[in-house]
Design a protein. Structure first.
Length: 84
């Protein structure tokens, strides 16, 4: 499938359109979103500071279809505090 001039797998294109074109399930919410699952693929803390490093990907539930996106070159703030 085409997304912004790039050929990507169909499910990835669906997730890219959902998040970036339609601005759905975007970051910045201060609540748990049951439609977005964070997949920890090797997150590790660097030294004694508050900086973590690793590969992240997310699974988006888009009307029952589970689509994955992996992010590169992105600074994110993830609150790892248990919520319940």
């Amino acid at each position: 499938a085409e997304w912004r001039g790039n050929t990507v797998p169909e499910k990835e294109a669906k997730a890219l359109r959902h998040v970036f074109d339609d601005l759905q399930d975007h970051f910045g919410y201060q609540r748990v979103d049951p439609r977005v699952r964070f997949n920890n693929t090797n997150l590790a803390r660097l030294g004694n500071g508050g900086t973590w490093f690793g590969d992240l990907d997310f699974t988006y539930d888009i009307k029952g279809d589970h689509c994955n996106l992996a992010y590169i070159g992105m600074d994110v703030c993830v609150d790892l505090t248990p919520k319940l």
